[in-house]
Design a protein around this ligand. Structure first.
Ligand code: PEP
Length: 254
């Protein structure tokens, strides 16, 4: 069973480069005592990535991007390539966030193409999946997740899964203050784990599966204590050094 804990902050479209620099400097210091106990990453906007990499060099805080295009280069206005991210020292990349699916036409097929591009450039994908409130209330959560997992991870090998994180983010819990109860989240994480094992055998047991959706310092311990919840993808609570640090510390019982 995967028991590596990985907590990543998704800053979304927040923080100018100067603000990002200040937050990275604060996190570098506040998270230093947790080195070796937990994997932590921050995912700023494209304009702050190089600064974040520079500030966090040599620290235990890793840097991720929020998107990657599947092509190596070309006429794709507004997109960014794996080579560009790799060159500046980015390690992770969020793929298929529900906001991308909802507002920018992301599908399981484009998620799959982006994952393959990330792996090609030795970037580690954080692949987001999750059901809407309508889907949960309609009792189809598991079939929605099954489709997202199998579609998103089509043609991906068991060996590749060592570099892929899954972030389960119920859409109704993102930025709403509504959190899945730890038991509800665990039940869904167990289903995701079962699906990953069906697809990848023993390697499926080793995949880090994060929970995302209004995780905060007050509930990170309870959520991450659950057997199949291996960390979190954090939105709002990742935007301040004190709340993100407290969330990480509580999450690992430090
Ligand atoms: C997210 O968008 O990945 C997220 C989990 O946001 P929040 O923590 O604000 O709900």
């Amino acid at each position: 069973m995967a028991r590596k804990i990985f907590i990543a902050g998704n800053w979304k479209m927040n923080k100018t480069a100067a603000e990002a620099k200040a937050l990275c400097e604060a996190l570098k210091e506040s998270l230093a005592p947790l080195a070796g106990k937990v994997e932590v990453a921050v995912c700023p906007t494209f304009t702050s990535l190089a600064t974040a990499v520079e500030v966090l060099k040599g620290s235990n805080v890793k840097v991720g991007a929020q998107n990657i295009h599947w092509a190596d280069n070309g006429a794709f206005t507004g997109e960014i390539s794996g080579a560009m991210l790799q060159e500046i020292g980015v390690e992770y990349v969020i793929i298929g966030h529900s906001e991308r699916r909802q507002y920018f036409g992301e599908t399981d097929a484009t998620v799959n193409a982006r994952i393959k591009a990330a792996l090609k450039y030795a970037l580690k994908p954080i692949v987001c999946i999750g059901e809407t409130l309508e889907e949960r209330e309609g009792g189809i959560t598991n079939s929605v997740l099954d489709k997202q997992i199998r579609g998103g991870l089509a043609d991906i090998t068991a060996a590749d899964m060592a570099n892929i994180t899954i972030a389960y983010e119920p859409v109704w819990a993102i930025g709403t203050g509504k959190t899945a109860t730890p038991d509800m989240a665990q039940e869904t994480h167990a289903f995701i784990r079962k699906t990953l094992v069906e697809m990848f055998g023993e390697a499926g047991n080793e995949v880090v599966v994060q929970y995302g959706g209004s995780m905060k310092p007050e509930n990170s311990a309870e959520l991450i204590a659950k057997e199949d919840i291996d960390g979190g993808l954090i939105g709002g609570a990742a935007l301040k050094a004190d709340s993100f640090t407290a969330l990480v510390k509580n999450g690992i019982g430090a």
